[in-house]
Design a protein around this ligand. Structure first.
Ligand code: SF4
Ligand code: SF4
Length: 437
């Protein structure tokens, strides 16, 4: 794609990076075939190519974001399916991240929108506030029909309350202490923000499984939210602050007793942490440390498939539909490892038809764009139910919450199933459904 940015504009490293991305697009339109919003809406402006044109026009002409640009960029899930499809290697992720930050700087959203976004940006990354909010949402569940009638933001408030689990999140799981492992391997298991509140059993299963394989797991002091949720809302400054805080916490461990890896059990967070090197490339104090952190960050499935876990004593006769989160398959290009882990643990694994299409979770998307998100969930659930699974497995807490709201089939994190098959307890989500096998 030809661009005509003024030379002085290209002195800005952000603009220079986006201009480089824009020039790689050859307008072929292959990406439109796999874009969920284009599939649903059929509007070129809701396709990757259409959005690229809108972003180009906005950045090239230094225009403040218009209502039209905001509408179509907001509708983008950042699922990155277009990046997997694109034959020219267009780095849409970095382009749309830049566009979202530019929108945040140049566009004044309506009051209700600003309030809701501020609420989400402040509550979700803070575990204590998030727990309180979930308890509040649990009490508000009977009021859903009334909430939906509140002018301007009713459907979004209702979507937020509907997503909250049907039990109050009062339970937390004590961190188990394991004997000192013998392999000498030492890893951080990132806790993050929302996952330990919604499903603390995921990282508990991870630590148990790794301890059995002789890997020492630690939680780095000072670590917190990865920043992805606020980054997707265009709050770049906040996202970078979260990234720096994590980099400080992990660098202290790397330079202290040393780390083999930073392991992440939520693929949405993994995509973000693996991008820290790019996000902080222009910060002289952090560029090197950020690149080092990104280089040793792994999804749990990448790490576990490289370990010798031994044979499984008794195979469970269960069919698993594996839902690959967009952040797993498109963001991190991890496709086989989670399925391999499940098969090695004795499960029968089935792929989901249309597996490349997003379930509609996408960070805060299911709250900010509830109509599109629920259409995508319905489509996803239909495809999952076609393979007649006993259980759905996935590697991202956002997808677990989103899909659980649309089906009676239990959905659990992949690592919980692997831990269960290899001697751990039954995942709580299965216990809650009265699972007996
Ligand atoms: S990130 Fe997903 S929703 Fe956004 S343009 Fe690409 S394929 Fe479409
Ligand atoms: S597939 Fe790639 S090169 Fe083709 S229009 Fe889409 S982004 Fe541009």
């Amino acid at each position: 794609m030809q661009t005509t940015f003024a030379p002085e504009k290209l002195a800005d490293p952000q603009i220079a990076a986006s201009e480089k991305i824009l020039r790689t697009c050859v307008h072929c339109g292959f990406c439109t075939a796999t874009c969920p919003t284009y599939l649903l809406m059929g509007d070129e402006l809701d396709s990757p190519r259409g959005r690229i044109y809108l972003i180009k026009d906005m950045l090239e002409n230094e225009k403040p974001a218009t209502e039209q640009v905001v509408k179509h960029v907001d509708r983008c899930l950042s699922c990155l399916s277009c990046m997997t499809t694109c034959p020219s290697g267009v780095h849409y992720q970095h382009l749309v991240d830049h566009a979202r930050a530019y929108i945040e700087e140049t566009y004044k959203r309506p009051l209700g929108d600003r309030l809701l976004r501020a609420l989400l940006a402040n509550i979700l990354p803070n575990r204590n506030l998030f727990r309180l909010a979930l308890i509040g949402a649990w009490f508000a569940k009977p009021l859903l029909p009334l909430l939906a009638r509140i002018p301007f933001m009713g459907s979004r408030l209702a979507a937020m309350v509907a997503l909250a689990p049907s039990t109050a999140p009062l339970r937390s799981i004590e961190t188990e202490v394991f004997d000192t492992p013998k392999s000498g391997k030492r890893v951080v298991v990132m806790e993050g923000c929302a996952q330990p509140v919604l499903q603390p059993s995921i990282n508990a299963a991870t630590r148990r499984l790794l301890a059995r394989a002789g890997v020492e797991t630690i939680a780095a002091e000072g670590e917190g939210c990865c920043g992805a949720l606020v980054h997707h809302m265009g709050r770049e400054h906040d996202a970078l602050a979260f990234a720096r805080r994590n980099i400080d916490a992990w660098t202290a461990e790397i330079e202290g007793r040393g780390l083999d890896a930073i392991l992440i059990t939520a693929s949405g967070c993994g995509t973000s942490v693996k991008d820290y090197g790019y996000m902080l490339r222009n910060d002289p104090a952090y560029a090197q440390k950020a690149a080092r952190v990104s280089s040793i960050t792994k999804d749990i499935s990448e790490y576990v498939t490289a370990l010798d876990l031994g044979a499984v004593a008794q195979r469970k006769q269960l069919v698993i539909a594996y839902h690959s989160a967009c952040s797993m398959q498109h963001g991190q290009q991890i496709r086989d490892e989670p399925k391999l882990m499940l098969r090695d643990a004795g499960f029968t694994v089935r792929d989901v038809p249309e597996g490349h299409i997003c379930c509609g979770s996408a960070g805060t998307y299911n709250i900010l764009q509830p109509e599109i998100a629920s259409r995508l969930r319905a489509r996803k659930v239909l495809n999952i139910e076609r393979v007649k699974p006993d259980i759905i497995a996935t590697g991202n807490i956002g997808c677990i919450t989103q899909i659980a709201g649309g089906t009676q089939i239990p959905i659990v994190h992949t690592i919980e199933l692997v831990d269960w098959a290899r001697g751990g307890p039954m995942p709580p989500a299965l216990e809650a459904r009265g699972f007996t096998r």
